[in-house]
Ligand binder design. Structure first.
Ligand code: FCB
Length: 443
């Protein structure tokens, strides 16, 4: 597979999932600390307290990234390391950690891509209303300003907010993620404020000087009706509105989809949306990040309270998380965004899968399912580019096995295996495969 010159081939991580050192060097508490330390919220009671201990193993982990030959590394900055109370004093030691990270990337010839918000809201801000409260947008802008002042010169690409759907809806309607709320109005308000935070951050990033690229990352699913019945079509369209169109329309068209506004409008007031907000949300970004993991086949279900729809359990090739392996769906999503939304340049900012990886008696992790997964999805990426989609990079999730949110350490997504007992790292067969693919792009 031959990608265009300058195409990014990278890997991603996120702060809470790998760093550990939860109480060190002045880091404050985030909603994920609180959530994971609450009994029953995360599988096996796992927390990110230690995670991959990346905070203490930074240089060695960057060497692993360089060993694979990654030309891009996407990481996130932990807000509670920078502004431990969510507002007010700045923790220099937190900034220093990310300075070392960024310098370490440059020293190894890897382009940094930093995410400002990958779900670890400082707990004191949650206590004051969290993302459901508009004040949190202002606090986020203060934090973003601080980070840009410290790192803006050294980081060319900035993801403002990672997956507002997950942070907003999975955290505030489905309750499976922090802060674990189940309330439609809170969820819609939180989502709106996350999008507003994105819009303001684009301005803050651009104000730092020319050449800084800013964009949001959306997780998009391929959603299709279970049958030709009209009720299934309606259900599928609603779920597509819930997961995909709400965000695409807001960011790329400056409006929420009319059918969804009507649907939610019957259930809750939209008093949190103010004049001009959608213009801020749709402020010109330099790129759109797409995370792809899921396909959903949807049937009508009048008993389901929010979208009267039910997802039919996946069959066929499955990941360890029970998700369908459907590479063609990634191609469909890329072409859809390209043709329906006339977006800025696209990046796949995450794509990957958990499989039941194990260390064999020879000490190897032969994750051939992941090799096939990456090969097939990258093939779709290449085909989309050949069809005219302006796609500039592919960032695999993830560099390391890590804390997979509510699934704890049970789901391994890494190119590199982590033995959590010893913190030993073992590059998997997929890391070697990726390394060869990247090496083959040169020359
Ligand atoms: C995405 C998250 C990322 C990771 C993958 C598997 O939704 O952005 O942090 O957990 O799923």
């Amino acid at each position: 597979m031959r990608f265009p010159t300058g195409f990014l081939l990278g890997a991603a991580t996120a702060a809470y999932q790998i760093e550990g050192a939860a109480d060190e060097d002045g880091r404050g508490t985030s909603i994920w600390d609180t959530f994971s330390r609450t009994a029953g919220k995360v599988l096996h009671g796992d927390t990110g307290d230690i995670a991959c201990d990346n905070y203490h193993r930074l240089g060695a982990d960057l060497d692993l990234a360089a060993g694979i030959g990654l030309n891009s590394y996407r990481f996130s900055i932990a807000w509670p390391r920078i502004v431990p109370d969510g507002t007010g004093s700045v923790n220099q030691k937190g900034l220093d950690f990310y300075k070392r990270l960024v310098e370490g990337l440059h020293a190894r010839g890897i382009t940094p891509m930093a995410t400002l918000y990958h779900w670890d809201l400082p707990q004191p801000l949650q206590d004051a209303g969290g993302w459901a409260s508009r004040d949190t947008v202002e606090r986020f802008c203060e934090y973003a300003q601080t980070v840009l002042e410290a790192l803006g010169d050294a980081v060319p690409m900035w993801v403002t907010v990672n997956e507002p759907f997950c942070a907003g809806m999975v955290g505030h309607l489905e309750g499976r993620h922090a802060p674990g709320i189940r309330d439609l109005r809170s969820a819609l308000a939180a989502t709106h404020h996350l999008l507003l935070a994105h819009g303001h951050a684009v301005g803050i990033i651009h104000a730092r000087g020319p050449g800084r690229q800013a964009g949001i990352t959306l997780n998009l699913s391929d959603i299709t009706p279970a049958s030709a019945a009209e009720a299934d079509h309606t259900a599928s369209r609603l779920l597509d509105g819930y997961e995909n169109r709400w965000y695409l329309d807001a960011v790329l068209r400056g409006s929420y989809p009319a059918d969804m506004l009507g649907w939610y409008g019957q259930q809750v007031p939209f008093d949190f949306v103010r004049d001009g907000d959608l213009d801020v949300i749709a402020a010109a970004s330099d790129f759109l990040g797409i995370n792809y993991y899921e396909t959903k086949v949807v049937a009508a279900d009048p008993q389901e309270p929010y979208h009267h729809s039910r997802v039919i359990p996946a069959t066929g090739r499955l990941t360890a998380g029970g998700l369908d392996v459907r590479p063609a769906a990634l191609g469909r999503i890329l072409r859809r965004v390209h043709s329906e939304y006339a977006p800025p340049p696209l990046y796949v900012t995450e794509n990957g899968a958990a499989f039941h990886d194990y260390v064999d008696p020879g000490g190897d992790v032969k994750d051939l399912e992941r090799v096939a997964y990456l090969n097939d999805h990258l093939g779709e990426v290449l085909a989309a580019i050949q069809d005219g989609v302006d796609l500039r990079g592919y960032i695999a999730w993830s560099l390391l096995d890590n804390f997979e949110w509510a699934d704890g350490y049970s789901r391994r997504f890494g190119l590199v295996y982590v033995d959590y007992g010893t913190q030993a790292r073992i590059p998997k067969a997929s890391a070697r495969w990726y390394q060869q693919l990247i090496a083959a792009q040169q020359g």
